[in-house]
Design a protein around this ligand. Structure first.
Ligand SMILES: [Zn+2]
Length: 451
């Protein structure tokens, strides 16, 4: 048996308990025990003295576009629609090599900020670009994080009234066949799964009604989850009101797109009825505060969604609308943006940490497996160093959530070390960074004539 014992940490279980001097016992990739004081005898275990450390569940990233690592820093002062129309054509030049390099760097960066499970939303598949979905799956296996890639899609080109140029979209039959093939090839529903696939048409202004309806049917027939962008900007609400006479949430509701198997990125511009509907249907929200701020989209009604009982997780969003945003940093960003808008009691440090862990697990349908530190759950654990500059704050969760994120001492995914001493140990850290830079250069070369 493979055993690890973590002792003398401040353990925050996110399941209602905290142990200021606590222990966690890991056996064969799962949590065997959590409690106060020193750990019971565990013969043969690796024992870790975690004095001065905070132990939290591994963080869950609920929204990303890993390929965008290759297109960072462009259109820095644009709205979402301006930014998208600048970037669609360069993105249409990416290939599997770009995606593999970008995904390696993006997932390495996530792991270094405490992320043990990440989703990805890949929605642009250029003809002749190779197997982009396989490329990001390979990167996730190398980095060693749990991965929930979404087979995304766009089928509404500009010639039919959509925002993306025609060269960036696929046809409906191709999308549905490729999506089913991705599920067949990669989706693993087992309880300790490292990879689950979701179905994810991109957004109301880039996909047809037919694609939304048939994607939902496909996902539900295969027992996988549904994801899309929704209510990100007022431009989007103008679009759905003009085209369909409804708010974005009402439109998706009319297509059977709300439910406990759906999570939506952003949900910035919600009306009271929308908040109630998301809560009543158990639909999750991936809150991406830095991206919403970078694009000037607005501040999501997170406090209202939580008060209504809707699942809310955190996401970094793509690296091109939130350059180098660390997932742990989104805990602070979420906290401060809610307070800036709604006052200092809008969100507590513990609520923000819960969104980053259990809330994310709920969005991904894995709250019974990850997101808290409890016996029987997968051993996805982050250990943060609070014995340096952070030692002048007495409350460890406040020290973690306010100010700069503390150094990451250890990150376990299913009990396996992915980060030790703030260094990635699965892929050499410098190599991951080099691959990301090479992906950027390659895409910029390939896209030169449309930049
Ligand atoms: Zn996004």
């Amino acid at each position: 048996m493979n055993r690890t014992v973590i002792e003398h940490a401040h353990v925050v279980t996110v399941a209602g308990e905290e142990h200021p001097d606590g222990h966690i016992v890991v056996e064969d990739g799962r949590i065997a025990a959590v409690g106060p004081g020193p750990a019971p005898d565990a013969p043969g275990a690796e024992r870790i003295d975690a004095t001065g450390r905070l132990a939290t569940p591994g963080l869950v990233n609920t929204h990303h576009h890993l390929y965008q690592w290759a297109s960072q820093g462009l259109a820095p002062d644009a709205t979402l629609f301006e930014w998208l129309t600048t970037l669609y054509r360069p993105w249409a030049r990416m290939d599997a090599e770009v995606v593999h390099g970008a995904a390696t760097a993006g997932l390495a960066w996530l792991a270094k900020s405490g992320c043990t499970t990440s989703t990805d939303h890949h929605y642009l598949f250029p003809r002749g670009g190779g197997d982009l979905f396989a490329a990001e799956v390979e990167a996730a296996r190398e980095v060693g994080v749990r991965f929930h890639p979404c087979r995304g899609s766009m089928d509404l080109g500009a010639s039919r009234g959509g925002l993306p140029p025609d060269e960036a979209v696929e046809d409906l039959d191709t999308i549905l066949a490729a999506t089913e093939a991705a599920i067949d090839a990669y989706h693993d529903p087992s309880p300790d799964s490292m990879l689950r696939v979701a179905v994810a048409p991109c957004s109301p202004f880039s996909v047809t009604k037919d694609l939304l309806v048939q994607s939902a049917e496909l996902a539900r027939a295969n027992g996988v989850r549904l994801h899309t962008h929704l209510a990100e900007t007022l431009d989007e609400e103008d679009y759905t009101r003009r085209e369909f006479g409804m708010t974005p949430v009402e439109y998706m509701d009319s297509l059977g797109w709300l439910g406990p198997d759906v999570w939506l990125a952003h949900c910035v511009h919600l009306h009271d009825g929308d908040v109630a509907r998301l809560a009543a249907t158990g639909t999750g929200t991936a809150h991406c505060p830095s991206s919403n701020a970078r694009l000037g989209s607005g501040i999501a009604r997170v406090a209202d969604l939580l008060a209504a009982g809707a699942p809310v997780g955190l996401g970094v969003d793509g690296s091109a609308s939130a350059e180098l945003v660390p997932l742990a940093g989104e805990v602070r960003q979420a906290l401060y943006m809610q307070r800036a808008r709604y006052g200092p009691t809008a969100l507590t440090a513990r609520q923000a940490l819960e969104a980053a862990t259990l809330g994310g697990a709920r969005c991904l349908g894995r709250a019974d497996e990850i997101g808290t530190l409890e016996p029987g759950k997968l051993a996805d654990i982050a250990l943060w160093r609070l014995d340096g500059f952070h030692a002048a704050v007495d409350d460890p969760v406040v020290a973690f959530a306010f100010g700069a994120t503390p150094p990451l001492d250890l990150l376990l995914v299913g009990g396996r070390p992915v980060v030790r001493g703030d260094e990635l140990v699965t892929v050499p850290q410098d190599e991951a960074a080099r691959r990301g830079a090479a992906a950027h250069r390659r895409l910029m070369d390939r896209a030169r004539e449309v930049l």
